[in-house]
Design a protein around this ligand. Structure first.
Ligand SMILES: [Zn+2]
Length: 445
């Protein structure tokens, strides 16, 4: 099944804009009918706005469908879940994510969405010419107690995404719950051909390796995900290891949204899986050179259809790509960014809250949050919620934050109306004001 999808994607990447759009609205027809019949939120929306789903299915009428915001997703809850699924779309798995703006939402995945996730992962490897016989190292969130330092985890292949396409080289995984120094030591030991990690962790690693003179002689290419990649990090990696970085743009609830072009540093939208609009303040489509809100429609998620979902990121639209692919171009994305926390002693850690369904954190009435390290002795949590947390809830949150930064530091809570973006438009979920080594370079305005 993966092979067939990959063959199709091989062709569709070269389709012209009109043909891609026609394909997308063709995919949307059965999805909209399904949403109207099986998803309470959409049944009500179509009824209240007197919308006939069939009449929305063209580039000229699509804008009539009201946008779905993150707070609407939070309010709708299971009303956005399908009551019955077509064959092949079960079993459903659930995930909780803070997304790009620190507003936790639940999302649902199916065998079809994970097939697309695997296919886009392989597409990314192929676009960037990665040799599948090489060794791939990944430093990412693994849950607690898995792939911990100093040894991490070695596995016989690159993981589930590439398992169906034949033999790959070894895979090595290290939990992001490790310090920058531990990551550098581990990488030095495993000496991989490819590295996959978050931009903020990569930046700290490259700085550390430059200071310590770690060369990683086998390294050929780095793949980043999950946060905004500053151009300065590309430069840093060229200087320290003489390798290029290929960025990806994905979210837990939508899957892959865009991948970096094989020949250029901008991104191509994954139009076979998502219909992406970039809209200005008046909800009109942005032209090349303009920056607007990213609004996404997932074409293959029948368990939790997201139609015109404003995910909370901003992007700049690019000109058509000289590589010849018809897939639309994003010049750059302004989404989530994060700073590493500085531990007493100066080592750095990549903070992450464990937002799984099983944690008590999932029960708290928090709509959005930002966690700021203001000194080596204090962390401040800014919270948007319809009520203040009780003392007990605050202590649950404090413990989770202390786990996230791997340090039992006092946490002070502030209740606020909204959490602003940084001056460069990025949303900072975790911020450290101790910026001696982790200053973030602003992308060109
Ligand atoms: Zn291109």
């Amino acid at each position: 099944m993966l092979d067939r999808l990959l063959d199709r994607l091989e062709e569709s990447q070269w389709w012209p804009k009109d043909k891609l759009q026609e394909y997308q609205f063709g995919q949307l027809r059965p999805l909209m009918q399904h949403a109207s019949a099986r998803v309470p939120y959409y049944a009500r929306l179509f009824r209240e706005h007197d919308l006939d789903p069939d009449q929305l299915l063209s580039p000229k009428t699509w804008y009539r469908l009201p946008l779905l915001t993150r707070s609407l997703v939070q309010e709708a809850g299971s009303d956005l879940h399908s009551s019955l699924l077509p064959e092949g779309h079960t079993p459903v798995s659930r995930q909780l994510t803070s997304g790009s703006t620190g507003s936790p939402v639940e999302s649902l995945a199916t065998p079809v969405t994970s097939l697309f996730w695997r296919a886009m992962t392989v597409r990314d490897h192929r676009w960037h010419g990665r040799d599948f016989s090489g060794k791939l190292a990944s430093i990412h969130y693994t849950g607690s107690g898995v792939a911990e330092p100093p040894h991490g985890l070695t596995r016989p292949d690159w993981g589930t995404a590439t398992r169906d396409i034949g033999q790959t080289g070894l895979g090595a995984v290290l939990s992001i719950f490790s310090t920058t120094a531990e990551q550098a030591a581990w990488l030095n030991e495993c000496n991989p051909h490819y590295l996959v990690t978050y931009p903020s962790a990569l930046k700290a690693l490259a700085q550390h390796c430059e200071e310590q003179g770690h060369h990683l002689t086998n390294l050929r290419n780095i793949r980043t995900f999950g946060e905004v990649l500053d151009p300065s990090v590309r430069e840093l990696c060229r200087r320290v290891w003489n390798v290029s970085v290929a960025d990806t743009y994905s979210t837990v609830e939508t899957g892959f949204l865009a991948l970096q072009c094989s020949d250029h540093e901008h991104l191509h939208v994954m139009s076979e899986d998502v219909l992406m609009e970039v809209l200005d303040d008046d909800d009109r489509p942005c032209q090349p050179g303009e920056t607007g809100r990213v609004v996404v429609t997932t074409l293959n998620n029948y368990a939790m259809p997201l139609l015109r979902y404003d995910i909370g990121d901003y992007a700049e639209v690019g000109e058509p790509c000289p590589c010849g692919r018809g897939l639309p171009v994003l010049k750059r994305v302004l989404g989530r960014s994060r700073n590493l926390f500085v531990l007493p002693g100066g080592d750095r850690v990549w903070p992450s809250l464990e937002l799984s369904e099983e944690t008590d954190l999932a029960q708290l009435p928090v709509r959005q949050y930002q966690i700021v390290q203001t000194s080596q002795e204090l962390v401040e949590a800014f919270v948007v919620a319809h009520r203040s947390l009780t003392t007990e809830e605050e202590s649950i949150a404090s413990r989770a934050i202390q786990r996230a930064v791997r340090h039992s530091i006092p946490v002070k809570f502030h209740y606020v109306e909204a959490i602003p973006r940084s001056p460069t438009g990025k949303y900072e979920e975790f911020r450290s004001d101790l910026r001696s080594t982790s200053e973030s370079a602003a992308p060109p305005a």
